[in-house]
Design a protein around this ligand. Structure first.
Ligand code: MG
Length: 116
């Protein structure tokens, strides 16, 4: 992965990915999945990502069970299922993403001291 700072998004970047995932879902025979099914699959993939992160974070794991999940692969799975949910809902993810980014850009974030 290149590590260049890019603070703008080329038009149709996300839309292209959304259209690609919609076409692949159709091609693979998943186009008839319901919203509920896609949400279940998304949660499953988020769980697999968490498990993979657990491994790379060197948390305690059952030494008798091998964790096969790889973070990059699980991120790709989560991304795929997030798009699948958006597609099922008819959401234009690029438009929503850009609107939200514009909103977040107006915020000012700073760590604050805890007073407990
Ligand atoms: Mg997975």
């Amino acid at each position: 992965m290149t590590n260049t700072k890019q603070t703008t998004l080329n038009p149709n970047t996300i839309r292209h990915l959304q259209n690609y995932i919609a076409a692949k879902a159709e091609e693979r025979g998943f186009a008839d999945e319901t919203l509920h099914e896609r949400l279940v699959l998304l949660m499953e993939e988020v769980g697999e990502l968490a498990k993979a992160c657990r491994k790379v974070s060197h948390m305690n794991v059952d030494v008798n069970r091998e964790i096969h999940n790889h973070v990059g692969e699980e991120i790709a799975d989560v991304l795929n299922m997030i798009f699948a949910v958006g597609i099922e809902l008819g959401v234009d993810i690029e438009s929503e993403f850009l609107d939200k980014e514009s909103e977040v850009d107006k915020r000012h974030y700073q760590r604050v001291e805890s007073h407990q």
